[in-house]
Structure formats: C-alpha cells, structure tokens
Write a protein that binds this ligand. Structure first.
Ligand code: GLN
Ligand code: ZN
Length: 749
C-alpha cells in the first residue's frame, strides 16, 4: 500500500495554561511591555510548532497562530483597515484597537465563525486601499524554517475572506478581483521562501451560499494558476460537505475535505469518482472540534478506502484544533475510565501518528492501545442508562388561554408587568467569595451565608424599585451552563479545558461524557430562600436543554436529539422540584437556540423540531397555574420564529433593543399569541436609559403586540453591570411601566 502523511490545519493558540490570554491581557493592562509580550508569544508559538513536529507531522501549519484572530490578521495583511482607524502605523497596537475599540472609536464587529463558538473580527471595506501590508505570514513561515520545521502556511482564501467582509461600494466580485494580485504577491513570497504546500481555507464553500460562488471561485483559482502559484495550493474546507467535483476541476494541487461533519457525503462523492486522483487529498478524519477519542480501527478502514482514490494522501483533523483544549495532561483528577474516552488537541496528534505508523510501517502497537481504551470507554455503565421518554409530558395540560387565567389568579400581576432576566451583578466580591470557596479558603457555611445575604439584599432592592416578578440573582453561578454541568450526572467539568471564544476570551464547555441524570435539586434552596423573603413571586431560573447541549462538548455515540432529551428530563425534574417547593413562575433560558442552527438549511427543520420537543419535555409537566418563562438573546429570530411560538412558553423575554422594531415585527407577522417580555434597554452598555427611551420602546411594542400579553424587562441578564447602574436603570424601567399602566390589574383576555 502507498505511504500516507500526517498534517494539521491549525493548533490552539491559548496555551496549556492559557499563557496566551494571560500575556495579552497583561500587555493590555500595562503590566508587561511590548517586548515582553512578543517574547511570551514567540515562546508559545515555538512550543506549539515543536510539539506538532514531535508528533511527526509531515507538515506543520503556520499562520494559525495570531495575536487575536486570523481573519483580522488577513485584513491587516491586505491593508483592509476600518476607515476610522486609518492613517496610523499598521502594527500590533492598531490590531488590538480594531479588535477592542479605543477611547475614540468603536471596535469592529465580532461574528460567529460558521457554526462554532469562535468569533472573528469582521473586515470592513469602506474607503480602504488594499495593498500587501506587513507580511506576517511570511515572517511566521520563516520562523518555522529557522526551527527546522517543515511547515505549510495557512491563509484564509479570497472567497471566504470577502464573504465574511462588510462595507465598501465594490461588488463581491470586484472585492475578490482587487485581492487577487495581493494574494498572488503573498503566495509568491511564500513559495520563494520555500513553501511547497499552502493551505487556503475556503470554508464558505460548504455553506448553502457556496454554490452561487462557484464562478468567482473558478475565476480566482484560475488566476492563481496563471500566476503559477496554484500548484502549491490545497483548497481546504471543513464543517460540512463540499462540492468535490467542482473543487476537483480547479487547477490546484489538492483539496481538504471534512470526513467527520459531512453526513457521509464527501466520501460518497469520492467513491462516485468525483475526486481527481492526481490531486493531493487532505483527509479530515479525526474530529477537530470535539473532545472524543477516535475509533481508530474504523479510521484505519476509512484511510484504506481513501487510498484507492488518491495518489497523495495526508490525514489530519477535520478542522483546525482551535476548537478543542490543548492537552489532557493537566486534567490530573480525571477518572481513568473517562480519560480513556477523551482526546484533546495533543492527543489527536497522537492518534494521527498511531494511524500513520499502522499504515506505513505495519506497526500497530500504539493503535492497539488506543483502540482498547476507546472500547473500554464505550462499554462503561455510565453510558448505558435507560430512559422512558414517553413517560414525561411534552404538552401542557391546557391551552395558553386557560393557563393564563389560572396563572393570573395566583400571581395578581398588574397591567404591563415588570421583571428581569435572572442575574444581578457578579460583583468583585461575589467572584472573590466563589473563588475562596472553590479553593477551600472559606467553609461551605460561610459561602452559603454570603449567598443568602446577597440574595436578601437584592430582594430588598427589587422591593424598593417596585418590580413585579423577582429573581434571586444567580450569585451562586459562574456560568449558566457550567453550573448545571457541575451538578448533573453525566457531565464533566474540566480543570483547564479552555477554548478560545473571541480574542483573549476563553470558555470551558462542560463535557457530556455519559448518560445525563438529575440526582439532587440544583436551584431549589436559593429560590425557596428568596421566595421566603417576599410576597412577590420569585422566578425559578434554569438553563434549557438546547442551550446546555449547544454550549457543551456533546456526545457523538448517541443521536444528538437523544442527549438533548436526556438533559430535558433532568431539567424537568428540577422544574417539578421547584413547583413542589411552591415556586409559581419558572424560567427556562434558551439563548443558544438560534445559534445552534445547522450550517445547511436542509437540516434546519429537523433541528428546530427536536429543539422544541426537548424544551417542551423540560417544561410541560407543571400544572396549568405554574407560569413558564423562557429567554433568548442574540437576535435574528426571524428564521426561527415559528419554533419559538411552538415552545408554548407562557412568557418569552427577548433581546430587542439592538434590533429595534424589526424583531417585534417578526412576532406580529406570525400573530404571536403568548406572553412577550420586550427587552426595552440594552444591558451591554453602562448607559442608563432615560424614561423617554423606555416609554418609546414600550409604546412601539404595544403597537404590534396585544397589551394583555406584554411584559417589560431589560434585554438580558444583568451580571456584567455594576450595582448602581442596575438600580438606576431598573428604576427608570419600572417608573416608565407604571406611568403607562392603565388599570391596576393585567386585563385577562
Ligand atoms: N438567566 C441568565 C442571566 O440572566 C440568562 C443569560 C443569557 O441569556 N445568556 O444571566
Ligand atoms: Zn440573554
């Protein structure tokens, strides 16, 4: 059989102990100099390169490492500088200012990188003068060379770069054409420096819009061929299937395809003869964005199949490893039965190496060890619980109209009732106490006493302000998903399993490693305590199954919907425990419902239908007189508005202040006939809204939404705000609502 090679598409920047984040933030806070920052980052970059080399990769990526974001790097490479930042030296300080904003100017927008939780900086084309700027990719390539590392530059391709851009009055095609000579200049410089393989990332070609971009894609890559740079290029795709036949017809050296997240279609196309055998194939066979150990035996089979269809095969992760933590080595308190099943970035490189040795040298020693671990993990009891999903209601007993009357009889809400979304400020004191408690510096009792004092203080504040439905404030929570991950069976919260979300910001998603189960109440104590202090209803506050799943590393050995339903049953237990404890209003947050939409529209309906089902499993068992709320943010609800209606929540509170009237219109268009709490001010800004602004927002909403359904609340949770900002803003909110109130009690329809 032919020999295969291994490669990688990108390595996490963060560092094992988040050294990257720490260095960059220290520089921002003037704790280290620019020279110290450069040294710290170069050290990290070197370690990443050497670690990959030591795992015998035949080619190591460069250009994946960045000070903030690789799309922003590309903007600077081509001098695509936002207009308001133009005229300055193009250096790292400019880069940070574009990413973060400065005193004079707002930052560029951040947008989710396809369907991942990574966010890139949107390139802005207004009045730009594209030219080849500081050639950072060449510098990084030369640096790898100086370390004796066989590297390949990684550059986002022109089609994807332009697709992710905004502004300017050039058409899409004109922007691409403007960039082509600059790409050619950069590619030529890399080839001159010795690059024999260049990875051009074009993930946009796997989206629904990809098809419409094929003509301009062909034009671009033919221009590269004309300039004699195309024979080094690998067009790299990931996260979904690509049009293999089309890409194969382009005059490039090879293609990179994802064989993990393609629903089997890439392999099908290859078997169908759509791949040009003379081209190089970068086969993404190890899951680059999840944390599971691979079924290496099955992977070996896949490789053997692929060798029939190409004469030059590289195996690699399905995408950049940016989306997974660096190494399992620091997870010192992991149970071995769980460790067997996990694989972070470093371990994924080991899997690739084991596969290469098994294929090229017939040496299966390492592969056999990995396979045994994999199989041991799959057979653990914690993965084999049984569930009776049908035993739990997924429809409320009565329709909303009936429930509404029964709820109002218990809650006695006024016209235009006011509430908040759940969290109150996570003050430095709150965070310090939690850290002290986690590190055993204070006792459980001391921590609980502190939490109770904080809850009590905020119940009094809500009383003074005159809100109608209270919350306890979520002081005990670090994060709305991690908190549940720590308490539910089947979840693992790692020590250092961080992944970059945007810039220096990292998140630590829980890992769902086994069947999910509710074993003890999660939120009942705090909620009941808060309720004991007031006559006003206190809302129980939970995170919904769709959001918990979307913000965790999910299992892949079970259908996604099944894992989601397992979580739903656990949340249902908690909902019932709260109801039993006398809580009359329960909110189940689903802020991630929208962002979990699959990349391809073909899968949207199925996703939404399953999401709705899980939410309803979690919330439908309560009595009619218990009021279920939900909350969503990150706007753009138009596409999913029917699903939101289907959730059948008695009240939804939504973020609207940043999308103004558009969103409310979506709700009007489908004749939304359940309760709606309109986010009447933007909590992301420290600015205190005026009564006028809030009154205008309420009145605008009332033009489109029936008064009897209407609630007044902020956009989102208040945990990132300061106490005095929250008090002032909520006072304005309550006063505005009170002035608009027509009669003392909510008109029951
Ligand atoms: N209840 C949560 C909070 O108030 C909701 C957070 C969110 O929407 N992301 O913080
Ligand atoms: Zn929110």
């Amino acid at each position: 059989m032919m020999t295969i090679k291994t490669t990688n598409l990108g390595f996490p920047r963060l560092g094992r102990k988040r050294e990257w984040k720490k260095a960059i933030e220290s520089y921002w806070n003037n704790k280290i100099s620019k020279t110290e920052l450069d040294e710290a980052l170069q050290k990290l970059h070197r370690e990443n390169l050497i670690l990959q080399k030591n795992h015998h990769l035949d080619s190591v990526p460069v250009g994946d490492f960045s000070l903030y974001d690789h799309i922003l790097d590309t903007s600077l490479l081509f001098n695509i500088i936002p207009e308001r930042f133009q005229g300055r030296d193009v250096d790292d300080d400019l880069l940070f200012d574009i990413a973060r904003g400065n005193k004079e100017h707002v930052a560029s927008a951040l947008i989710k990188w396809f369907n991942t939780n990574y966010h890139y900086i949107v390139p802005e084309w207004d009045n730009v003068t594209p030219k080849l700027g500081r050639n950072i990719i060449l510098e990084r390539f030369n640096y790898a060379k100086s370390l004796n590392i066989n590297a390949h530059p990684v550059l986002v391709g022109p089609i994807t770069f332009v697709k992710l851009s905004k502004g300017g009055n050039r058409s899409f095609e004109e922007k691409v054409r403007t960039l082509l000579p600059l790409y050619i200049e950069a590619l030529t410089s890399l080839i001159k420096a010795g690059a024999t393989l260049i990875q051009i990332d074009e993930p946009v070609l796997v989206t629904d819009e990809g098809e419409a971009l094929e003509d301009i894609t062909r034009e671009a890559y033919e221009a590269f061929a004309e300039a004699e740079v195309a024979d080094k290029l690998i067009i790299q795709t990931y996260f979904e299937r690509a049009n293999v036949k089309f890409l194969s017809s382009l005059p490039v050296k090879g293609l990179g395809l994802d064989f993990v997240h393609d629903n089997g279609y890439n392999l099908e196309q290859i078997k169908n003869g759509d791949f040009d055998k003379s081209k190089t194939l970068f086969a993404g066979i190890i899951d680059g964005r999840n944390v599971w150990a691979a079924d290496v035996k099955a992977k070996k089979g896949l490789i053997e199949t692929l060798t029939d269809y190409t004469d030059d095969l590289y195996i690699n992760p399905s995408s950049s490893l940016l989306h997974v933590p660096v190494s399992l080595d620091d997870e010192t308190s992991l149970d071995d039965t769980v460790r067997d099943g996990l694989s972070f970035a470093t371990e994924k490189l080991e899997e690739l190496d084991a596969l290469k040795r098994a294929i090229n040298d017939n040496n299966t020693e390492k592969l056999d060890v990995l396979q045994a671990q994999y199989e041991r993990f799959q057979n653990q009891d914690f993965k084999n619980l049984t569930y009776d999903f049908d035993s739990v209601r997924s429809e409320r007993k009565s329709a909303f109209a009936t429930r509404k009357v029964l709820q109002q009889e218990r809650l006695h809400l006024p016209d235009l009732p006011t509430t908040t979304i759940g969290s109150f400020p996570q003050s430095p004191e709150v965070r310090k106490k939690r850290a002290d408690w986690k590190n055993d510096r204070i006792s459980d009792e001391a921590y609980e006493t502190f939490l109770k004092e904080e809850i009590k203080r905020w119940i009094e504040i809500q009383e003074d302000i005159g809100l109608d439905v209270f919350v306890h404030g979520e002081f005990e929570r670090n994060d709305m998903v991690e908190f549940f991950g720590e308490k539910l069976q089947g979840f693992l919260v790692t020590k250092l399993g961080w992944v970059q979300s945007y810039g220096s910001r990292a998140v630590k998603p829980p890992i769902i490693y086994g069947d999910v189960k509710w074993t003890t109440p999660l939120t009942v104590d705090e909620t009941v305590y808060a309720q004991s202090l007031t006559d006003k209803p206190v809302k129980g506050m939970l995170t919904g199954p769709v959001t918990i799943l979307n913000w965790s590393f999910e299992r892949v050995d079970l259908p996604r919907a099944e894992v989601q339903d397992q979580i739903a049953l656990a949340i249902n237990e908690e909902v019932l425990a709260l109801e039993k404890a006398g809580i009359k209003v329960i909110q189940v947050d689903e802020p991630a419902l929208r962002e979990g939409l699959p990349l391809r529209k073909a899968y949207h309906e199925d996703y939404l239908q399953k999401a709705v089902h899980s939410f309803k499993l979690a919330t439908s068992s309560v009595e009619d007189h218990t009021q279920i709320h939900t909350h969503m943010c990150y706007s753009q609800f138009g596409q999913i508005i029917h699903a939101i209606h289907d959730l059948d929540a008695d009240v939804i509170s939504i973020e609207t202040s940043r999308s103004h009237g558009d969103l409310i219109k979506d709700f009007e268009d489908i004749h939304y006939d359940l309760g709606i709490g309109l986010g009447v001010y933007d909590i992301h800004s420290p600015r205190i809204p005026t009564e006028d602004e809030i009154t205008t927002a309420i009145n605008r909403g009332l033009q489109q939404i029936d008064r009897s359904l209407f609630w007044v609340n902020p956009d989102c949770g208040l945990k990132t705000r300061k106490e005095d900002e929250v008090k002032a803003a909520l006072t304005v909110l309550v006063n505005s609502a009170k002035k608009l109130r027509q009669n003392s009690s909510n008109p029951v329809a």
